[in-house]
Design a protein around this ligand. Structure first.
Ligand code: FRU
Length: 495
């Protein structure tokens, strides 16, 4: 049955088919109308990808969370479906927070999400209590279970907080049993990852605590994900309140990839390594899926909580999902590459091989919906001191991607991109140095730039508010000259 609250959201969003009335990115998913944050319920169901998202249709600000819904055959061409979940039950009256999805053996689609309810405190203030809830449906309409919540405070590990208990990620093991990992806060206030086990994906029991933060890498760990990849177990988390270390973890709300081994019998996880997932200004709350052809694909909210105040006047939407990325683990590192489907959007190819010194604009190289790979091959290690690419460039705007071979520091700087607040505008990362040689794959899609370094060893994702008419791209080598190879495609949905 469709509740009044859900019907209201569906009626409200109904007139917004997608692209009109305000311009959008070409292939990055944005909310149908209003506000989007985390990707939710990422799944392949009945022959197409389903992607839900944290959604507040009524304004471009965060509000009582609904689940927006879109489907796609290829993660690039999106069709909106009606809002899937609304905060309409006593246990989720304050919001349907993030969660995940799975197909049940009988073909139904199960969504597991965090229900948030407001609890009056003795001093008259309120606090939000978080529990895990389930809705089951057919890919369009979902019924919340009468037995909700299916996980609440009695299921917490000892000392676990009932106020920070959210973002369940489900999966099915090879033996058919289910697991779900949930973000929680341990007694010391820092992140903890309880894992629950179930025979039917509805009745759950605590199995283990997968890993804990011990106040070392941020505080609360939000939006966990766990999956096997290339012989390892990979755990993704989005820690709040991270302190920077060198060039790492500058976003405050950051993302981490923990790589290790998970005991298949006990579920115990031995962490071996820990890395940032994305080094750009805008990347949070990633979630993955196993595609039908066996690829581990990751999406994330391409936004930073701290810069949500920077809104585009006149735009009816806020928030976007990053370019979906194929993951692998190579030599202990999480690698990420844009999904190969992106190549089907490629139009005209432009190729240049040029010796670059003074700032140069190359024939056919411009645009705001672009897939461009730049490869630098210096003859000798000190051939140049800095390489600079300007994108989304006109007489008053530009975003810079710079690389200094001496320090191996790559920088993305949107200080002149059209943001009317000059705070948090650059990120740097250390890249693998090969005597000044580097490869950068740069994706521009009107409202963002994403840079993939050396075949996916690092990624930097950054939102841009630059007017779409600023479509210049230039190249410059400072303090020398360098051989550059460039391959550039315009991307279009009509392929
Ligand atoms: C992460 C997050 C989640 C929560 C959701 C609420 O961005 O804070 O932990 O479920 O957003 O919208």
């Amino acid at each position: 049955m469709t509740s009044e609250t859900l019907q209201k959201a569906r009626d409200y969003e109904g007139p917004y088919p997608g692209n009109a009335p305000s311009p959008r990115p070409c292939y990055h998913l944005t909310p149908r109308i209003g506000w989007m944050n985390d990707p939710n319920g990422f799944s392949y169901y009945k022959g197409q990808y389903h992607l839900f998202y944290q959604y507040h249709p009524y304004s471009t600000q965060w509000g009582p969370m609904h689940w927006g819904h879109a489907v796609s055959p290829d993660l690039l061409h999106w069709t909106y479906l009606p809002c899937a979940l609304a905060p309409d039950q006593p246990y989720d009256e304050a919001g349907c927070f993030s969660g995940s999805a799975i197909e049940l053996p009988d073909g139904r689609h199960l969504l597991m999400y965090t229900g948030v309810r407001r609890e009056m405190q003795p001093n008259g203030s309120t606090k939000d209590v978080q529990t895990q809830c389930i809705a089951i449906g057919d890919g369009l309409d979902y019924e919340k279970l009468d037995c909700n919540p299916v996980l609440d405070e009695k299921d917490l590990p000892e000392g676990g907080s009932r106020y920070d208990f959210r973002d369940p990620k489900l999966w099915q093991e090879a033996d058919g049993t289910y697991r779900c990992v949930v973000g929680n806060r341990a007694a010391d206030g820092s992140g903890s990852l309880p894992v629950y086990r179930s025979e039917d994906a509805i009745h759950w029991q605590l199995e283990t605590v997968l890993d804990r933060c011990y106040n070392e890498f941020g505080k609360m760990w939000e939006c966990p994900d766990v999956f096997p990849l290339d012989g390892k177990t990979v755990v993704l988390v989005s820690p709040q309140d991270m302190n920077p270390v060198g060039l790492e973890f500058h976003n405050g709300n950051g993302t981490l990839c923990l790589i290790g081994e998970r005991d298949p019998d006990t579920g115990a996880f031995q962490r071996e390594d820990l890395q940032a997932i994305d080094y750009g200004l805008d990347f949070y709350a990633p979630q993955t899926i196993l595609s039908p052809d066996g690829r581990r694909i990751m999406v994330a909210w391409m936004q930073n909580w701290d810069t949500c105040v920077v809104q585009h006047p006149g735009r009816c939407w806020f928030g976007q999902i990053c370019t979906p990325r194929e993951l692998s683990v190579q030599d202990g590192r999480l690698m990420q590459q844009p999904i190969r489907e992106l190549e089907t959007l490629r139009g005209r190819r432009v190729y240049h091989s040029a010796l670059v010194s003074d700032e140069v604009v190359l024939p056919g190289v411009s645009g705001r919906v672009v897939d461009m790979t730049v490869t630098l091959r210096p003859g000798q290690p000190d051939a140049y001191q800095m390489f600079r690419i300007k994108v989304a460039y006109d007489s008053t705007h530009y975003t810079m991607i710079t690389y200094k071979p001496r320090t191996s520091v790559l920088r993305v700087d949107r200080g002149h991109s059209g943001f009317n607040r000059d705070f948090i505008h650059e990120r740097k990362c250390l890249v693998r140095s090969q005597g000044g040689a580097i490869q950068l794959r740069i994706l521009l899609d009107r409202c963002s730039v994403e840079v993939f370094v050396n075949g996916g060893e690092q990624a930097l994702s950054t939102v841009l508010t630059t007017p779409f008419s600023a479509d210049g791209i230039s190249f410059e080598a400072i303090g020398g000259q360098v051989m550059m190879e460039l391959e550039k495609y315009d991307l279009t949905l009509d392929g």
